[in-house]
Design a protein around this ligand. Sequence first.
Ligand SMILES: [Zn+2]
Length: 74
Amino acid sequence: MPLQKRRLGKARVHHRRSAWAASFKKPAATQCPRCSAPRLPHRLCMQCGYYGNRQVVESAEQKNTKDTPETSEA
Ligand SMILES: [Zn+2]
């Protein structure tokens, strides 16, 4: 049976165990400063479509207001 040559250091063991434990954690969610919906850090908010202080994509509300008149007419 193979034997280890050297004992693993405290730091090496703790680093491995903390990295393993962190793999189960969900990514941190922050609040959107504009609509306070949960969003990922450094990502645009899918609720209002804003990243920082400018709108990048159409918000979910804008899409809903556009869709409703078309569906009601047809
Ligand atoms: Zn938002």
